[in-house]
Design a protein around this ligand. Structure first.
Ligand code: M6R
Length: 465
């Protein structure tokens, strides 16, 4: 058998077995993701581009050789399989996605501890990277959910670290002849996404690159100058969940390391710690109300997600999740854009999920009013402090709008429903919003009977353009 690597990931695994006649015979595995065979093999390696593996096995022969393009032999450098203890199963969960949603408390805490210690250990190189970026520009590049993490990061790097930041889709960056400047950070759960790697390769000769990946052995991790790994553990469900919140942790911790004001820095740290330690409790006690809302949402054909500031990318992520695993058409908008077009779509058939941040409560609440006034139905995700303020300012209107708004079990979606999260702050609230959007999508998909872990037309890792 021949295996030829070019452009896409290819891993090779070896298992030594003994046949009945005590003859040692190897089993060989080839896959684009080593997790596919990690439970069986003792040793593995990743093939580089343009390498050819020749496996030869027969009654009297059992060998493997690696060649370059001119067919000169290359030494195969097998490494001990470090993934074997990461063999993944669903445990008591119905789906990997649900398991991974519930693993977030652990993933967030582990990632926070890991990145904080890396920030200490690599202070010099990280400061160098960000100082350069501060002089010119910080460019964050990714695809899909990882791109949404970049959009959140852009908001914080500009607002608090005062670093001019761009966030870009790798597939667009590649083909729009961008003016290159500053430093580049590439984010990818898999570290194997074709567009993200190609974008990395486009700048890596001239510019310093950083990679934030969840798979430490991935191509992107092997290529970048500085590598930071999220500690989410293997993510199997096609819909990215714990990798997203872990990426947020890395970004927010990096941003924190670049903030000069001690008080703001401290508040960042506190909020990250509080979110990490309390998100598990939220998951435990709020599943039922989200499930009840999901029952209603599964009956709609289209939905809108709104957010402002750092919650705008959360709205984009909410819409992506719904499309991806529920096959319901959904759009995420910056709430301020509503009146510039999307408001024309609003009617009783268009539920609107609104992510509220305390910083722009008043503005986003007026968006809620705009939706309600057009017979739309709103699910408002807000922290407990905003909920109180909402009651003070709008309770009379709200009760007119929806006299039964506190009782979620109705046979149809109410005009106004609330999902209340703990008040942590601008940074910490994002983790609860993320968990809410994931659970809403998960339980809606469950209602619809979609194969949550392997939705149609999608692959976990997109290794083609
Ligand atoms: O592995 P990556 O983070 O590079 O993957 C990027 C996207 O393909 C990925 O986030 C995709 O959008 C997810 N399926 C979303 O849930």
């Amino acid at each position: 058998m021949f295996a030829f690597a070019r452009g896409s990931p290819l891993s090779f695994g070896v298992r030594n077995t003994q046949s009945q006649d005590q003859k040692v015979q190897n089993e060989y595995y080839i896959a684009s993701d080593p997790l596919a065979f990690s439970q069986w093999v003792e040793q593995m390696c990743h093939l580089s581009d343009n390498q050819i593996l020749h496996i030869c096995q027969g009654p009297d022969t059992d060998s493997y050789d690696l060649y370059d393009m001119s067919l000169s032999k290359i030494q195969v450098k097998l490494e001990q399989n470090s993934l074997s203890d990461q063999f993944v199963n669903k445990g008591s969960f119905a789906h990997f996605m649900l398991k991974e949603i519930n693993e977030q408390p652990r993933a967030i805490l582990d990632t926070l501890a890991h990145v904080m210690s890396l920030i200490d250990q690599r202070k010099e190189s990280l400061d160098q990277f960000f100082n350069k970026a501060r002089e010119t520009q910080l460019n964050l590049i990714a695809c899909g959910t990882s791109y949404h993490a970049c959009l959140v990061a852009k908001y914080f790097f500009e607002k608090y670290a005062r670093i001019s930041t761009t966030a870009e889709l790798a597939s667009e960056f590649l083909y729009r002849s961008p003016v290159l400047k500053g430093n580049y950070c590439f984010v990818s759960q898999s570290g194997e996404t074709r567009d993200t790697i190609a974008a990395h390769d486009m700048v890596s000769n001239q510019y310093q690159t950083m990679a934030i990946v969840n798979v430490p052995t991935s191509q992107l991790a092997r290529k970048a100058n500085i590598v930071l790994t999220t500690q989410a553990g293997p993510e199997i469900g096609v819909a990215s969940t714990k990798a997203f919140t872990s990426q947020l942790v890395v970004y927010l911790a990096l941003c924190m390391s670049q903030i000069s004001d001690a008080q703001t820095k401290n508040s960042f740290k506190q909020q990250l710690t509080i979110a990490a330690t309390t998100v598990g409790e939220y998951l435990q006690f709020h599943t039922t109300e989200i499930q009840q809302l999901a029952q209603h949402l599964s009956k709609y054909k289209s939905m809108t997600y709104l957010g402002r500031g750092a919650s705008f990318p959360i709205a984009l992520e909410g819409a992506l999740k719904l499309k991806e695993i529920c096959y319901i058409h959904a759009e995420g908008y910056a709430a301020g854009e509503l009146k510039h077009g999307p408001i024309a779509l609003i009617d009783e058939q268009m539920p609107v999920v609104v992510f509220v941040s305390e910083e722009n409560l008043e503005k986003i609440m007026s968006n809620v009013q705009e939706v309600l006034a057009r017979n739309g139905k709103c699910i408002v995700v807000l922290n407990s402090a905003c909920r109180e303020l909402f009651d003070e300012s709008y309770s009379s209107k709200a009760s007119r709008i929806n006299s039964q708004m506190e009782s979620p079990i109705l046979d149809q979606l109410q005009k106004l429903s609330f999902l209340v999260t703990p008040k942590v702050g601008e940074v910490g609230d994002l983790f609860f919003q993320s968990v809410v959007l994931q659970m809403l999508a998960y339980y809606t998909a469950l209602e619809l009977g979609v194969d949550v872990d392997q939705p149609r037309n999608l692959a976990k890792c997109v290794t083609v353009e």
